[in-house]
Design a protein. Structure first.
Length: 314
């Protein structure tokens, strides 16, 4: 049977998913382009953590090579958020959030390699089961939004990479300290990328992106309520679940995002029944996972201790 720590981890990750469901909505409402939006989001979180003594104590106690590893993961986080909000700007909040479901396929392949866990054919097949849903989502949107799907797919790859690496490294640092290192490195990554992005996508330069008072309010809500709290909480949850399990739970984020987009942005006028049929398939894969996992426990009770101790985001 599952341990109290595992059950608490699943509850924690679902709290994170609910909070992350607002990120797509806020990303659509904030008038900044993708790069400055993510830059300010990360900067606000790092600035808040700079006032937490626990973060500095954890940083002083952490070996340099571990700090460097977390910084590298932070660069991937920055690229994930950059492409995620780029997808939203190129399409809409519902499409951008739904593309993240592809992360399950990428995670099923990346986690055994990056997190040094055993390859699970069941996880891979369940991740592949999401693909028809994503195909319906693509077929259910206007042609002009399909560039957003391509960028969203790249975002899903980045989330699989940094999620698997965080699973591998999760035991090496306090959650708030790790959050500060990773997002601080993300700020630096985007600062370095800014001149290149300004050439590739005019308007992305940070020097042209001073937020309005309206955007500052939304950025604070995004940084604290939808980034700092769930990011740190997800790192805690990863100690007791696999990266695949966590990513599969994150597939519920589009459901929350779509409901909010309908209520707040009226996006249902832009989407067809095929889109919502695709979302239903994705949701079915999410709900099937705990059932299959439970059946596996019953069939192989002797494997429980090992699987529970190693599972983090699965």
């Amino acid at each position: 049977m599952s341990t109290p720590e595992t059950r608490r981890a699943f509850l924690q990750i679902h709290v994170c998913v609910v909070l992350w469901g607002f990120t797509a909505i806020l990303g659509k409402l904030i008038t900044l382009r993708a790069l400055p939006l993510v830059w300010w989001r990360m900067l606000f979180v790092v600035a808040a953590l700079a006032f937490v003594p626990r973060v500095w104590r954890g940083l002083r106690a952490m070996p340099g090579r571990i700090v460097a590893a977390y910084a590298g993961i932070g660069a991937l986080v920055a690229l994930h958020w950059l492409t995620f909000y780029g997808s939203i700007k190129l399409s809409n909040a519902s499409v951008g959030a739904t593309c993240i479901a592809l992360g399950t396929v990428f995670t099923a392949m990346a986690e055994p390699w990056l997190a040094k866990t055993k390859f699970q054919p069941r996880d891979f097949l369940l991740g592949v089961a999401v693909l028809p849903g994503v195909a319906l989502v693509v077929g259910g949107i206007p042609h002009g939004m399909r560039a957003g799907v391509s960028v969203g797919t790249l975002s899903a790859l980045f989330v699989a990479l940094f999620g698997s690496l965080n699973k591998r490294m999760v035991e090496h640092g306090d959650a708030l300290t790790v959050t500060a290192i990773e997002l601080g490195a993300g700020v630096l990554t985007l600062t370095v990328l800014s001149p290149l992005m300004a050439i590739v996508a005019p308007g992305e330069a940070l020097t042209l992106a001073v937020p309005s008072l309206h955007d500052i309010g939304l950025l604070l809500a995004l940084a604290i309520g939808c980034t700092l709290i769930p990011y740190a909480l997800s790192l805690v949850a990863l100690r007791h679940m696999s990266a695949f399990a966590a990513q599969l739970a994150v597939n519920l984020e589009p459901v929350y995002a779509i409901v909010l987009a309908i209520l707040l942005l009226g996006e249902q006028r832009e989407l067809s029944l095929a889109f919502y049929g695709g979302v239903a398939i994705i949701l079915g894969a999410v709900l099937a996972y705990p059932l299959l996992h439970r059946l596996r426990r019953i069939e192989h009770p002797e494997m429980l201790a090992a699987s529970e101790s190693k599972g983090m985001v699965d």
